[in-house]
Design a protein around this ligand. Sequence first.
Ligand code: FES
Length: 169
Amino acid sequence: MPIAQKISTVHPSGDKRFRMLAATMKRYQYAPDALIEVLHQAQELFGYLEEDLLLYIAHSLKLPPSQVYGVATFYHFFSLKQKGAHTCVVCMGTACYVKGAANLLATLEQQHQIKAGETTSDGQLSLVTARCLGACGIAPAVVFDGNVEGHQTSESVIRRVEECLYHGS
Ligand code: FES
């Protein structure tokens, strides 16, 4: 693999979601026609697609950013903006589902009076679901404001979301 490409998969923020996304791109051998799959994975990890993320994908897949933006804006299932101040992504993939992800989601929906895909009326919390975060070994996995955490329970998701809302992490 060329050095330039290797460097491009390491995001300077150190956010491990970028590493997980890089693993997906590697699995597709950085093929440009894997763009839609990569965007799906990115949205599942991050909850939405922000500019920095789209540029990172464009650079990694060696595609013009305009093409990546074009695809991301064309399909209604991609969301370009974070809606709530905080985002909680509950993985509903098979491994997480069999370990009780549906309960976690129901707990959060009830606690915050929103459904998956919605944002609380005060704009503080967006609740999102994913098909697989690529962290099946720690199922059920949930992303709280960018932190992927495993082995979640109803109690822990309530506590972690409150920490995000009231303490910002
Ligand atoms: S199914 Fe949840 S991380 Fe893979």
